[in-house]
Design a protein around this ligand. Sequence first.
Ligand code: ADP
Length: 326
Amino acid sequence: METPALAPSLAPTLAPALESGVLSVAGLRKSYDGVAVLQGLTFALRPGECYGLLGPNGAGKTTTLRCALGLTAPDAGEIRLAGLPVPGHAREARMRVGIVPQMDNLDPDFTAAENLLVYGRYFGLAEREVRARIPRLLDFAQLVGRADAKISALSGGMKRRLTLARALVNDPDLLILDEPTTGLDPQARHLIWERLKQLLQQGKTVLLTTHFMDEAERLCHRLAIMDNGRFIAEGSPRELIAAHIEPEVVEVYGEPGEMSAAAWASAEAAQYATRVEVTGETAFCYLAEARPLLRHLASQRGLRYLHRPANLEDVFLKLTGRDLRD
Ligand code: ADP
């Protein structure tokens, strides 16, 4: 699909607007069949930051990204992407953005290099220009020597890296990634994290959705936790942990056939912990100071336990609950 280059009439408004923000969203609303999926979201990305959208399945993360990109029409709200109003000027705005969708949509009929070429054409880039960029992009994606490989010959991790490289073909200021590491093994995931950190160091802005709290904690300068189409918390990982959760956690596990951790926790840990949450055979004890509970646990037989600092997952589960969302 050919997309026209940026219309000259838009150029004067683009530069100053870009300085004021890569993406801003105000009062974003969307309903499907009378069900409110986005209920008035307001947020803005700061240039050079990594901003995360976290939320259980169905929270509205993908719909938010789609609206931001002008791929889904909102019912209400104002969106400016790369300084341009969306959806009105979505096509021009998307020229400044790199997109990594949830599902890899590389063209299976083409090689790795051809996928980059075809994508570059979509941005109106000259073939010569894209060809000149390909070695650097493949190097970035650790796919040197795979230029002529068919997509079907690439592993899941390689496809993800190629999709990331493809998103960089137009040298975008903003990268939008929908669950960039879902389905990848730890090695592949770590490589994607390293590459995203490199891009942030180069000054790019990143917006991502993720289900992985460790990913958000590693990468995001700020994040929003969403549920039912609303932001229920926003801040840096450290701020969110400090604001919403006790600093220390002791997880107590029962051994099958011995005293249940759940029974023990409801009977004893509650004396020491500010809050105890029981899931299956594990009791999560949240406390300001773990030492008294740890001393008590040391004298218990048949219980295993893990003492750790509170993390983003604790915040997420406290705010969104432990019930399954399918
Ligand atoms: P998330 O990405 O957080 O899992 P989504 O944005 O995909 O959430 O979906 C939010 C809600 O909107 C879900 O209940 C989903 O079923 C619904 N939804 C998303 N897209 C459509 C659509 N095209 N038609 C109807 N319902 C939709």
